[in-house]
Design a protein around this ligand. Structure first.
Ligand code: HEC
Ligand code: HEC
Ligand code: HEC
Ligand code: HEC
Length: 179
């Protein structure tokens, strides 16, 4: 009898752990910058799309096609950086995720898109969710901190020099107006 209830308790504990860990493991699909553009274009809301488009992040894939990139790659024995996992992992959004996680609106040409910093957007981009930041976070939205940047801005980058978060985040700032 004692052993039986022990087994029951164990089973309950296991299912509780499975239940608790499920949301953390939830994965969201990537929609690409096109999935954010329509609502984050207007000047009176901060035109985040335009700020991003003008930033080097939007050119990160293109950069891998330059002579400079080819030089950097050659030193590592890589022929085409635009095809190499060693380079794409930081120069495009969501690299390494399963193919099923990319919606048809996503393209790797967007380079380091919104979702590289804000998390895959399929489940939070709906306006009723987006309006409520807590709901959006529960559906995958990330309000990025230094740690997010350092996933890419680190010594593993062949051209890395240093990363001063305060200075760098100011360079890419895209705030909403009145805040
Ligand atoms: C259907 C319209 C819509 C789409 C699509 C959309 N957003 Fe939003 N987003 C909003 C609205 C509305 C807010 C609330 C604040 C505001 O009015 O600017 C918001 C707020 C945000 C915020 C600020 C959250 C906070 O309160 O600090 C971030 C970050 C954000 N969106 C990122 C994204 C990203 C990334 C995408 C694409 C994956 C996206 N949004 C797609 C409408 C949208
Ligand atoms: C760990 C992430 C990471 C990896 C891996 C990576 N890069 Fe980068 N790359 C970056 C970041 C971040 C920058 C922006 C440089 C900066 O300001 O720190 C960058 C910038 C560059 C630049 C522009 C440098 C400049 O001075 O303007 C080139 C070219 C480049 N990378 C090529 C490559 C190639 C080729 C590979 C593969 C062999 C590669 N990168 C792998 C993160 C990475
Ligand atoms: C997915 C990888 C990734 C993430 C995450 C990321 N970056 Fe970058 N960042 C890059 C790459 C790659 C480049 C170089 C693009 C190029 O030159 O084509 C870059 C370039 C930059 C530049 C321009 C540097 C220059 O030489 O002009 C700034 C500023 C910057 N990042 C700031 C940030 C900040 C701040 C964060 C976090 C909030 C961040 N980045 C997150 C990959 C990333
Ligand atoms: C390189 C990383 C990075 C990329 C790429 C990026 N963002 Fe952000 N975003 C940030 C950071 C950092 C903040 C400021 C977070 C905070 O308030 O602490 C931010 C804030 C925001 C805010 C809230 C502004 C406010 O004042 O409350 C919105 C909206 C937003 N981003 C939308 C977007 C959209 C849309 C895109 C793509 C077109 C995008 N972001 C691309 C890093 C990024």
């Amino acid at each position: 009898m004692k052993r039986f209830s022990f087994v029951l308790a164990l089973m309950a504990a296991i299912s509780l752990i499975a239940l608790l860990s499920a949301p953390a493991a939830a994965e969201h699909n990537y929609v690409g910058v096109k999935g954010c553009k329509m609502c984050h274009m207007a000047a009176d809301k901060g035109a985040q799309y335009k700020s991003w488009e003008a930033s080097k992040h939007a050119k990160a894939y293109e950069t891998l096609g330059t002579d400079q990139a080819k030089e950097v790659a050659k030193a590592k024995g890589i022929a085409n950086p635009q095809e190499a996992a060693e380079c794409l992992k930081c120069h495009v959004t969501g690299y390494g995720s399963d193919a099923s996680m990319f919606e048809s609106t996503y393209t790797k040409e967007e380079g380091v898109g919104c979702e590289s910093c804000h998390g895959a957007g399929k489940d939070y981009k709906n306006v009723t969710i987006m309006k409520d930041v807590e709901k959006a976070k529960a559906n995958g939205l990330i309000i990025p901190s230094e740690e997010v940047c350092k996933k890419c801005h680190n010594e593993e980058s062949p051209t890395f020099k240093a990363f001063d978060y305060k200075a760098r985040v100011a360079e890419i700032a895209h705030p909403r107006p009145q805040k």
